[in-house]
Design a protein around this ligand. Structure first.
Ligand SMILES: [Zn+2]
Length: 593
């Protein structure tokens, strides 16, 4: 019997003692709220710089901004941890509303700062950027300036923000409310849609099929409501773009992710050209399930039972051992996270499902949330989240305004860490069954990124095009979805999920537009870093850390050129990552002959 040496419950008291009742947190929130108020007030009279001698004033404002961001994030991270560790903690829910409101106040004040800075004359602006305290922030400051210049006037943007609350975000909330009230009856049990969704990967095909059919029925019943939420949300977005003179729906998402349209086209182009191998995998999977072709509800079905179990301690040691091979710094960082109770891994009721990593900027620490039940995929998830934590750690000495990386590179460090562990476990598997199960785990991810996410992207792009001409009916939305899925899966599935446009939350998220392609980008981008690391071994460590430190201060094209020497606007770059995934398919096909 091995004894647990690493704590399995996290320590949150180092940040604020006393959980959701914490008086330390109360004090922190009150103080931060007051500071946000002062900040907003001070920006009313803040003047656009007129000469280089205003540099100190600007620098002071930026220090105040970055300090506020850190204080808000510190509290936000703590509250996320409270909500996740105990879903019944109502006090945490109230704290969440408080921090959301504070963040909105900060956000509109910050927008005023951006707008005022953007009005600086070019000559003065360039002089300002040479100032000692502002030099390091050039990329971010220029980015703010461009963003603000492409927006409407300060007053008009303020009006849009005010109208967004009830005219835009409200549609997303409406969606959540309707979904929250939906129930599905599967196998004699009344389930939430989330619970029913989980049954789509059940080993019993009859249960999977029933869950799929009942879910499709349930979404169909409400399709006219969801057609409204989606159309109006999209309509608001398109109208805002139109007023700002933005002609392309991908403009905003591409800018958020600091990438060029060419790069996106090259990525999808390379994926589209290389789908045959993944179709072969899906066909083999169908065979193993005793079918000619897969149904939609078979995509997540397990074909192999993974028997290998690891205790938490053994899982931790496995991660440390394999991190060490690539980067001793990553290994010693992870060891610290294990030892100092940065991780909440206990398998107990009342916890939220899923996993995440959040950072506490004022303490330069992170916390990882997950539920560990001993499977190899739990070990991979743990490595994934440690990768996120390592990314924050690599950025700890970087200016806080230079740490704000976008979603497409956010998954770089995590996927890299996960890949190390997933690959090692395939290599160390002692039986073919284990190996097949582990490979399948990896392949499911490739299918998700190359086919599922691709279908979402195809659907969303086409939907927005049609929405420009007016309301898109539920039946047309079903049609568009069916087409996109058949195309993205290359007809490897017999049935599709026409309701997908309504059941995927991501289409209804108002915070971020096009919540899909950055996932695929992150996956393939980190695969090519992994390929480089395999080539160079431990020598790669410092180069890898240098790349992470640059993730929020340049475009992704520049990042790849500087640190990988690669032109990511070319399909050939993306094909290298896809090649690694194709290799997994070949191994899988061999083992399941
Ligand atoms: Zn992640």
């Amino acid at each position: 019997m091995s004894k647990t040496t690493y704590p399995i419950v996290w320590d949150l008291d180092v940040f604020f003692k006393g959980g959701s009742e914490s008086s330390e947190l109360r004090r922190h929130l009150n103080e931060t709220k007051e500071r946000v108020g002062t900040y907003a007030k001070s920006l009313e009279t803040f003047e656009t710089p007129t000469s280089a001698s205003d540099a100190d004033l600007v620098a002071d404002k930026l220090e105040e901004t970055s300090s506020l961001i850190q204080h808000i994030s510190q509290a936000g991270a703590f509250i996320s941890c409270l909500e996740a560790q105990d879903m019944s903690d109502q006090k945490a829910g109230a704290l969440r509303s408080e921090i959301t409101e504070m963040n909105a106040l900060y956000g509109s004040a910050f927008n005023v700062l951006k707008q005022k800075l953007a009005k600086t004359e070019d000559r003065v602006w360039n002089e300002l950027l040479e100032h000692e305290q502002l030099k390091d922030l050039q990329f971010v400051l220029n980015e703010w300036r461009t963003q603000a210049q492409e927006q409407l006037s300060e007053e008009e943007e303020a009006l849009i923000s005010a109208l967004e609350v009830d005219g835009y975000h409200a549609w997303g909330q409406m969606y959540n409310t309707i979904v929250g009230e939906m129930t599905v009856n599967v196998n004699g049990e009344v389930l939430s849609v989330g619970q029913a969704n989980n049954l789509l990967s059940h080993e019993d095909p009859a249960i999977r099929q029933e869950a799929y059919e009942k879910l499709e029925e349930a979404w169909k019943e409400k399709e006219n409501l969801f057609a409204r939420t989606l159309n109006h949300l999209a309509g608001f977005r398109l109208n805002t773009y139109k007023k700002r003179g933005w002609d392309h729906v991908l403009k905003e998402p591409l800018e958020i992710n600091r990438m060029k349209h060419e790069t996106l086209d090259a990525m999808w182009g390379a994926i589209s050209k290389n789908k045959d191998t993944f179709v072969e995998y899906l066909n083999r999977k169908a065979q193993l399930l005793g079918k000619e072709k897969l149904e939609w509800y078979d995509l997540g079905a397990p074909t192999q039972k993974e028997k290998k179990k690891l205790s938490y301690d053994d899982g931790a040691e496995f991660i440390l051992k394999h991190f060490e091979k690539f980067s001793p710094k990553m290994a010693s960082f992870a060891k610290r996270a294990f030892e100092e109770a940065w991780i909440e891994a206990e398998d107990r009721p009342g916890k939220r499902p899923g996993g995440f990593c959040t950072s506490f900027p004022l303490s330069q620490q992170s916390r990882i949330f997950m539920t560990y039940s001993g499977s190899m995929s739990n070990v991979a998830t743990l490595a994934h989240e440690l990768g996120h934590a390592f990314h924050s750690y690599a950025l700890k000495d970087v200016h806080p305004l230079n740490r704000r990386y976008a979603m497409n590179v956010a998954e770089t460090a995590s996927t890299f860490a996960e890949m190390i562990v997933a690959d090692a476990s395939v290599k160390e598997a002692t039986t073919d069954e284990q190996k097949i199960a582990l490979l399948e785990d990896k392949l499911q991810r490739s299918v998700a990124f190359f086919m599922n996410i691709h279908s979402r992207f195809l659907f969303e792009t086409r939907f927005y095009e049609e929405r420009k001409n007016g309301f898109v009916s539920a039946s047309r939305l079903n049609e568009l979805t069916d087409q996109a899925q058949r195309e993205a899966y290359r007809d490897a599935v017999n049935s599709t999920s026409p309701s997908y446009w309504s059941n995927k939350l991501h289409f209804h998220i108002t915070g971020v537009p096009f919540y899909n392609f950055p996932y695929t980008f992150g996956y393939l981008f980190s695969l090519s870093i992994y390929a480089k690391a395999l080539e160079e071994g431990k020598n790669y460590e410092d180069k890898y850390i240098a790349l992470l430190r640059d993730t929020a201060v340049m475009t992704v094209e520049d990042l790849a050129m500087k640190h990988l020497g690669e032109d990511i606007t070319k399909e050939s770059f993306w094909e290298k990552g896809i090649e690694l995934c194709k290799h997994d398919v070949k191994e899988y096909l061999n083992l399941t002959k």
